[in-house]
Design a protein around this ligand. Structure first.
Ligand SMILES: [Zn+2]
Length: 185
């Protein structure tokens, strides 16, 4: 018996069933057979390798709605690649399928500037890797020190909560409230 090929990239090794998480009232079939490489990149454990996704040129025509949803999200994340935007334009999505695809789409940090909800005390968007300064003294719970006003925190990381970022102060990785921060330039 031959292996089922990956429905996204056609690879025949390490193929297993992946269920695209349903959002709201999704009435579509959500199971798709994908390989381990596709799975890792879809689950954001690895950055997208554009060349891995070239076979989407064939798979976007799949009858499986889950394949189209995944292809839509991947092509959207690859929007800096011309071939990917061309394919994206060819990808026909019914309205309810499109809503499902959009609901699960996660921007990569590199192109998140337009959609970042994390803002400093002045309403300036903050991104992973930015530097910020503290605008007041902050007692750091659990670490037993006060982070002084004016402290520069480099290379911050965003969190799931737009009101919090994480960064390294006095050698400790801590969470900081964005309302007490100002983006450093
Ligand atoms: Zn694959």
């Amino acid at each position: 018996m031959s292996n089922t090929p990956c429905e996204l990239c056609t690879a025949e090794t390490d193929v297993s069933t992946y269920e695209v998480p349903k959002v709201g009232q999704v009435a579509f079939e959500n199971a798709v057979q994908i390989c381990a490489t596709c799975r890792q990149q879809i689950e954001n454990q690895e950055a997208l390798d554009p060349n891995h996704w070239r076979p989407l040129a064939g798979s976007i025509w799949s009858e499986n709605p889950a394949v189209k949803v995944l292809a839509w999200r991947i092509l959207k994340r690859l929007s800096s690649e011309h071939w990917a935007t061309d394919l994206f334009d060819q990808l026909y999505m019914e309205d309810d399928l499109l809503a499902w695809a959009q609901a699960g789409h996660v921007d990569d940090a590199s192109d998140a500037s337009a959609s970042s909800n994390t803002r400093d005390s002045n309403g300036v968007a903050l991104l992973d890797g930015d530097s910020v300064t503290l605008i007041k003294d902050l007692d750091v719970k659990g670490a037993n020190f006060t982070a002084k006003r004016g402290t520069l925190v480099k290379n911050i990381s965003l969190t799931d909560d737009p009101a919090l970022i994480s960064g390294r102060v006095n050698g400790a990785q801590i969470f900081l409230k964005t309302c007490f921060l100002k983006k450093a330039t």
